[in-house]
Design a protein around this ligand. Structure first.
Ligand code: HEC
Length: 403
């Protein structure tokens, strides 16, 4: 199952660490963490056991999103916060009176139930609302809740959202929906009562916190329609998918690259497609976390909203092959030795031996820089001798004599 385990008990990695122009510090302190490739493979076999994410079931799969302020939120993390018993997601959308009129009530819900372990977040899945516009709306209506932005409408599809102003209460422990629907019957299209005659959300919250099922687990929630982007009817692997993978993934996911499996053919990609969906939805991959709303980055590795929707729609459709030659068969991304140009100075690390199995503790490797005067550091790059065994490197600088 794990080829090469006996024949090759050790893998070697001589890590090159380069300093372009060094500023000040006479000592560079390098922390290296290495992991065995075989261990990683084993981990991936385990990871394959994760349940598929298709269908609108009651259990909410993990997902991660940025909010209107650019802050990162992960569903699993929220659920596992010790004080959290339930998550209340309120579906927001700009310009919808049925949303705007609910804000004071939701603040009262947070006031009353926040201390009892209910975390309230908003979710915006509107195609037409930009982050800037959501910020403006939040300011105008004093929505001081995190508004998670589902730009690729991933959760809109999974939760089966059709309208805004819906409240969804989720049990943090089971991650199942306990209640979904309206807050009460006060608001309806073009109609508004001064007082509700029936309340739904608050009794559902009370029942849930008492450990009981709400009497009414689902009600109709009047709100504004959410238009879901219709993915192109015929997404073709060769025409639409492989180019995105080449741009965003294959640089690492190639034979000998740092990604643990190569995206080297349609069959490979299809086999990994469910796992790809999971890591995209949870924002683990591509490993690029710069916020696209802040400036423009050179060599941006992030998926655009369009690319993300296209990939996910294709996976959802069962990753169809379609026509055309396989653009990933035999494709090898250009490899460059130094991404930042030829360095002024290369510092070799002593060769690191990595056992074929097991978890390794951090290794701290100290190296001295050869400078005897202050110099400017313009950039630096880590160039692993064996990408298959290097997991990550943290490089820090220390002044001589400091701890
Ligand atoms: C900069 C390099 C890099 C890029 C770009 C990249 N990956 Fe990865 N990927 C990795 C590494 C490294 C791992 C292993 C992570 C680990 O061991 O913690 C990985 C792991 C994975 C896994 C397995 C996750 C698991 O935990 O089982 C999947 C699936 C994946 N990547 C999909 C993608 C997709 C899809 C893209 C493009 C949208 C992508 N990756 C882009 C480096 C990359």
């Amino acid at each position: 199952m794990l080829p090469g385990r006996m024949e090759r008990p050790y893998a070697e990695n001589n890590l090159l660490h380069v300093v372009g122009r060094q500023f000040g510090d006479p000592v560079v302190f390098v922390v290296v963490y290495l992991t065995s490739m075989l261990f990683r493979r084993f981990f991936f076999l385990l990871a394959l056991g994760v349940a598929p994410l298709h269908a609108t079931t009651d259990t909410i799969p993990n997902f991660a999103m940025l909010d209107h302020e650019g802050r990162f939120h992960e569903f699993d993390y929220l659920c596992k916060t010790p004080k959290t018993k339930g998550i209340l997601i309120f579906v927001q959308g700009n310009g919808c009176p049925l949303v705007q009129k609910r804000i004071p009530e939701l603040k009262r819900v947070r006031e009353d139930y926040g201390k009892r372990g209910i975390e309230v977040v908003f979710l915006n899945a509107n195609l037409q609302d930009t982050r800037e516009e959501i910020r403006e709306e939040a300011k105008a209506y004093e929505m001081d809740f995190p508004i998670l932005i589902d730009d690729a409408q991933v959760m809109a599809r999974k939760l089966g959202l059709t309208r805004t102003a819906e409240a969804i209460l989720i049990d943090a422990k089971t991650q199942k929906i306990v209640y979904r629907g309206s807050i009460d019957d006060r608001l309806h299209y073009q109609k508004e009562k001064p007082e509700a005659s029936e309340y739904y959300l608050v009794p559902a919250l009370d029942a849930f916190l008492e450990g009981e099922a709400p009497a009414k687990p689902q009600t109709e929630a009047p709100g504004c329609k959410i238009t879901l982007e219709n993915p192109q009817a015929e997404l073709s692997y060769a025409e639409h998918i492989a180019p995105i993978l080449k741009r965003r993934c294959v640089t690492c996911h190639t034979k000998g690259g740092i990604g643990p499996f190569p995206m080297s053919s349609y069959k490979k990609v299809k086999g990994w497609s469910e796992m790809m969906e999971e890591v995209i939805v949870t924002r683990q991959m591509p490993p690029w976390h710069a916020d696209p709303h802040i400036g423009k980055f050179a060599e941006d590795q992030g998926l655009t909203t369009d690319e993300k929707s296209t990939l996910l729609a294709w996976i959802d459709a069962g990753a169809p092959r379609g026509d055309g030659e396989d653009p990933l068969a035999g494709y090898k991304p250009k490899s460059v030795e130094w991404r930042l140009g030829t360095p002024d100075l290369v510092i070799d690390l002593p060769i690191q031996k990595v056992p074929a199995e097991g978890v390794l503790p951090y290794r701290y490797v100290r190296l001295e820089t050869p400078f005897d005067e202050d110099v400017w550091l313009r950039g630096m790059e880590v160039n692993p001798g064996n990408e298959n065994v290097l997991h990550h490197v943290v490089v820090t600088g220390k002044r001589k004599g400091s701890k």
